[in-house]
Design a protein around this ligand. Structure first.
Ligand SMILES: [Zn+2]
Length: 176
């Protein structure tokens, strides 16, 4: 199994910010733990960035399309208006395959198990979903401008990462 993990933003693009908190840091932190668990299960993992560096959306797609990955999974945190919105959601492309939608609902269920409000699996025409060949997902792990979602993120990051990795591997037909 081969997976391409995409940690949103980075470098001169911090993503959504709330106080000192930057989306780019949060998604790098949890994403790298997901990668570690996937590799421990024998999955080949490509990452679109490994540190706090800027990578364009086009470059992310280029990296994702260099090999035949089973999934492309992009990690983000949401933002709206301070302390107003909350919850997790997973996006697939408007033309998303059943394979993408199946894993999306499993990852969404996993996040909801950790207490995030269920905003559901949604469709969108985001650049990285449109521009990547593998079944593609974009995961929004709570709102960075919501203190309770941030508490949840910090408290459960390690365990969430492990569970997300299990769900990703669990959908690999070769595992059965
Ligand atoms: Zn983002």
């Amino acid at each position: 199994m081969k997976v391409c993990l995409d940690y949103g933003h980075g470098g001169r693009d911090p993503g959504a910010c709330y106080g000192d908190r930057r989306e780019a840091d949060d998604v790098l932190a949890i994403g790298k733990i997901v990668a570690k668990h996937l590799r421990a299960k024998g999955v080949v993992v490509q990452e679109t960035r490994k540190d706090d560096s800027f990578v364009s959306l086009a470059s992310r797609c280029h990296i994702a399309n260099k090999a035949n990955y089973d999934y492309f999974i992009s990690f983000h945190r949401n933002a709206y208006s301070p302390e107003i919105a909350s919850g997790a959601e997973v996006y697939v492309h408007t033309s998303g395959s059943p394979k993408a939608r199946q894993l999306a609902s499993r990852l969404q269920d996993c996040l909801v198990d950790f207490g995030y409000r269920d905003r559901g699996v949604k469709k969108a025409n985001f650049y990285v979903l449109r521009g990547t060949r593998a079944p593609a997902l974009l995961v929004e792990i709570g709102f960075i401008d919501n203190s309770v979602d941030n508490w949840r993120f910090d408290r459960h990051m390690e365990e969430m990462a492990r569970r997300l990795a299990e769900e990703i591997v669990g959908t690999d037909p070769q595992q059965f």
